[in-house]
Design a protein around this ligand. Structure first.
Ligand SMILES: *Cc1c(COP(=O)(O)O)cnc(C)c1O
Length: 638
């Protein structure tokens, strides 16, 4: 048999496909990252080692700040190339929608990297607006306000306008236009008004309902005309400076982009012809990330490149403007996911494996074993005779019978142990036979699917990958080491929350079909780390505190040719302590300690524990409040 090579691992895990030039497997079989795609690379295992040396723990959230920089550059260059090639005489300006990742370092890095491209910022709520107002210091950049707004929201926005910022307030509905007129008058400021139009073009993929006639956002054409009349009446028609649409995040199919851009550009052109001096056409977000590397129109992928996306938008708007003989607007896009998804990942340790195959060590069978025990063991003969369907039905029948007998008290523990282990062995044989066969019945398919080993990972899916749980979104998962060796176990992933939903059982496959398991290695003496990739968009703030697992420790990695290793950890952020997650749920740590102290004192008084033991328990409790919420270094079992 030819030995396993790194390229086998690469095709198995698709690293060079979804890695987008940033992630690859190096010659030692370890996942590495080249944040600037320039050859300088960092082995992720080295980052983990360095982070541990600096006192950080796993699970570890790793950010590659240079990837953010690279994404800003690439998106802007895609648009400037498309503009140059098409002869479009307008320009392009991006804005970063902060809802995609509000973390300070992420937003600050993007704002720095975006300086030469006038990358602006988009806010969709009052807290985001206050954040944006303060961070937005360069007035050539845009500050766009989306989302539903009250009068206070508008006042904040217009205060920004008053001090000279290019704040555009995008009206999501007719009432907002009315309110905006009033607030502007009260503050005596000329606003920059954006109108979100409701396109008939529907998105596709998981966020399709952000557009179409039933969407919760945007003005219908009737409302749009009324808004114009209102603005005209108030002498503010010339304040309309932006047309906005956003048909949903992660658009997998470029045809949908084509249709929506043309429809949106047509709105722009018609309004321009009605005398609105609109300067910007804002195409919203939606630029997809190829999470599964298949470059196809499935929800976890996108069937187009960055450049094709930019071309589609630039050429689409140009063509409509040429037809309608209106000026070329400045093109704005609000790509969030495509800017930040790649820069962050999570490393976590697999510390245990719940085996489903090859486990059964059938215990000694006592002479007087119950008949059902012998019946089950005989199913092995049916398997051996190749009658797999029959074996499956018999197995289900006798297994049920055994359960009933146990419930009624007729089966002892030893017999039950034999039944369990023989059942696993037989089920494994049946599953092996039906693996990959489409003609199997649904129950057998279910059995096949359930026969994967479960790898226990010291992290929380709800915290680290909420969209995997909530939306079945696929994220790349790859062992971070040993990729020069063939993985021999089929596994799914289970986390340490006490929730059966805390699992991952769909992985990137061939585009059309997910894979129901991941090939993994045996867990050995060395820690076995898995990497969860492309987690930079939405996961950080959507991640929740289920089971009170808090924020993870974080390491921010910067490329630096002056360093011997070529990189360094710039900043570390300690994750939540137990005390912090408790306090976030309104408990007071000192109250908890006081209550514990009373109980220990009571136990001492009643002579349940010695005073010295009691004090030790109390000391550990108090120290415990400062600890990490995840497992320390769990005992590994292979
Ligand atoms: C969420 C959102 C975005 C970001 O979309 P991505 O697909 O992440 O680029 C942009 N604009 C608006 C109005 C949004 O609500």
């Amino acid at each position: 048999m030819p030995s396993w090579s790194i390229s086998d691992s690469d095709s198995l895990y698709g690293v060079s496909k979804w890695g987008a030039g940033y992630f690859f497997i190096d010659e030692s079989g370890a996942v590495s990252v080249s944040p600037l795609k320039d050859g300088a690379s960092i082995r992720i295992a080295d980052v983990i080692a360095e982070a541990k040396a600096r006192g950080l723990r796993l699970p570890l959230h790793i950010r590659f700040q240079d990837i953010l920089q690279d994404r800003v550059r690439r998106i802007n260059e895609a648009f400037s190339d498309a503009i140059a090639e098409s002869g479009y005489t307008g320009s392009y300006q991006g804005v970063f929608p902060v809802k995609v990742n509000q973390m300070r370092e992420v937003v600050e890095t993007l704002m720095d990297a975006g300086a030469e491209y006038d990358l602006g910022i988009e806010a969709g709520s009052k807290p985001e607006l206050l954040l944006a107002l303060s961070l937005h210091r360069d007035y050539d950049r845009l500050l766009i306000c989306n989302g539903y707004k009250d009068a206070e929201f508008m006042r904040f926005a217009l205060m920004g306008r008053k001090i000279g910022k290019k704040v555009v307030v995008v009206a999501e509905k007719l009432e907002e236009v009315k309110a905006l007129i009033d607030v502007s008058k009260a503050l005596s400021v000329r606003p920059l008004i954006g109108i979100r139009v409701r396109l008939a073009t529907r998105g596709s993929g998981k966020w399709a309902t952000s557009s179409g006639d039933n969407a919760k956002f945007g003005l219908s054409t009737v409302d749009l005309l009324e808004a114009l009349a209102l603005l005209d009446g108030a002498g503010m028609k010339d304040c309309v400076s932006l047309i906005h649409f956003h048909i949903g995040s992660q658009i997998p199919d470029i045809q949908v982009v084509t249709r929506s851009v043309r429809e949106g550009a047509r709105f722009y052109a018609k309004l321009a012809r009605l005398g609105c001096p609109i300067e910007y056409v804002d195409v919203g977000g939606g630029l997809g990330v190829d999470y599964d590397g298949s470059r196809s129109a499935v929800p976890s992928s996108a069937n187009y490149s960055l450049r094709e996306y930019a071309n589609t938008i630039v050429y689409g708007i140009k063509e409509i403007c040429d037809e309608e003989k209106v000026p070329y607007p400045t093109i704005v896009s609000e790509s969030g996911r495509a800017l930040v998804a790649h820069h962050s990942m999570i490393a976590a340790e697999a510390f245990g494996r719940i085996k489903k195959q090859g486990v059964s060590r059938i215990p000694q069978i006592p002479k007087n074993a119950h008949k059902v025990v012998r019946d089950i063991l005989e199913v092995r003969d049916t398997v051996e005779a190749g009658r797999y369907d029959e074996a499956f039905h018999d197995l289900v029948f006798y297994r049920q019978q055994a359960n009933t007998l146990f419930d009624l008290g007729y089966l002892d523990l030893q017999s039950r142990a034999i039944v369990e282990s023989a059942s696993w062995e037989i089920a494994a044989d049946i599953a092996r036979h039906f693996e990959g066969q489409s003609r199997a019945s649904d129950e057998i398919k279910e059995l096949v699917a359930s026969m994967k080993d479960q790898y226990l990972i010291n992290f929380s899916v709800f915290r680290a990958l909420p969209d995997s749980w909530a939306l079945d979104q696929l994220f790349p998962v790859v062992p971070l080491q040993r990729l020069d060796a063939e993985p021999t176990a089929k596994g799914t992933i289970v986390d340490i929350t006490c929730d059966s939903d805390g699992k991952i059982d769909a992985f990137i496959g061939d585009g059309e079909n997910d894979r129901k398991f991941l090939w993994l290695h045996e867990i050995g003496k060395e820690p076995y780390y898995l990497g969860f990739f492309l987690t930079g968009a939405y996961q950080d703030t959507l991640g929740d505190m289920h089971n009170l697992f808090g924020r993870m420790d974080e390491a921010h990695v910067i490329v630096d040719p002056d360093e011997e290793s070529g990189w360094y950890i710039d900043e570390t952020i300690e994750g939540d302590t137990i005390r912090e997650v408790l306090e976030e749920n309104e408990y007071s740590a000192s109250e908890l300690v006081r209550s514990m102290k009373q109980q220990v004192e009571q136990a001492i008084r009643s002579d349940v524990v010695k005073p010295s033991e009691g004090m030790k328990i109390l000391g550990e409790f108090e120290a415990g409040l400062k600890r990490y919420t995840y497992l320390d270094t769990p005992e590994r079992n292979a």
